[in-house]
Design a binder for this molecule. Structure first.
Ligand code: ADE
Length: 242
């Protein structure tokens, strides 16, 4: 996979992309990440990337020319998805991350200032993504979130002991509680069933914890989760206990 990121702040990516799973994925050649400074694609002496909004109002707007120019330089004749990070985009989730993980190559544009010229949205972006209903100072942190969630889903990026399948949301449910040693920490004990060595019992306990937790914290997720008859019986039971 090749990810191209267009930004006005390329240095922001150095730390996060040089650690942990993303770093390892890049080193193993499973993903290539190229960062482009939009300012490098300006043709005026002062390398201006923003300007006042037509019609007035506060803040500056990212000009269309350097953004189009950078995208055209990156994609050449290739037809590559162009994703604009913006609070106005569709809300990012695990499913969208999985869809993007299927792309060979894609471009992320990090918006900045008060906004991006509408012609970028209309005539250049093929998708718009928001990572949540809040406003960040720019699309950079959002791009990092998207890259992280996507890269960990590329086959081979996670080791077999770090499977994506059990993650919260991967199953459509929140993840079950996890414990490691010590067995007794400040008098708080690890649930007995996890020490039993009975794999079927452990699996059942985990499934029920996932269901219980999802039902309590994010009940709306249950509408779309894949549930067995046994799951439904369990959910009905905990509902009746409330
Ligand atoms: N840029 C600013 N806020 C954002 C958000 N919530 N998601 C994606 N890009 C953004």
């Amino acid at each position: 996979m090749h990810i191209h990121i267009l930004t006005l702040f390329p240095n922001m990516f150095t730390g996060p992309f040089n650690e942990s799973i993303i770093k390892r994925a890049v080193e193993r050649g499973l993903v290539d990440i190229s960062i482009y400074n939009i300012r490098d694609c300006t043709s005026d002496k002062h390398h201006i990337v923003d300007d006042y909004p037509y019609g007035g109002g506060p803040g500056m707007v990212l000009k269309p020319e350097p953004v189009f120019e950078t995208v055209e330089m990156v994609r050449g004749e290739r037809d590559i998805p162009v994703i604009l990070l913006t609070p106005q985009g569709r809300l990012f989730n695990q499913q969208i991350a999985a869809d993007i993980a299927g792309y060979e190559e894609f471009i992320l544009i990090c918006g900045h200032y008060e906004g991006v010229d509408e012609r970028v949205r209309e005539h250049l972006a093929t998708d718009e993504i928001s990572i949540g209903d809040y406003v960040l100072s720019g699309g950079e942190l959002a791009a990092m979130v998207v890259v992280d969630a996507v890269v960990r889903q590329i086959p081979g990026v996670l080791g077999s002991d770090e499977s994506v399948g059990e993650d919260s949301h991967a199953t459509g449910l929140l993840e079950y509680p996890q414990y490691t040693r010590p067995q007794d920490f400040k008098g708080w004990e690890v649930p007995e069933v996890l020490l039993s060595g009975n794999h079927a019992e452990v699996a059942r306990w985990r499934r029920e914890q996932s269901l219980r937790r999802t039902s309590k914290r994010r009940p709306e997720l249950l509408d779309r989760a894949i549930l067995s008859d046994k799951d439904r019986v369990f959910l009905a039971r905990i509902k009746s206990e409330e």
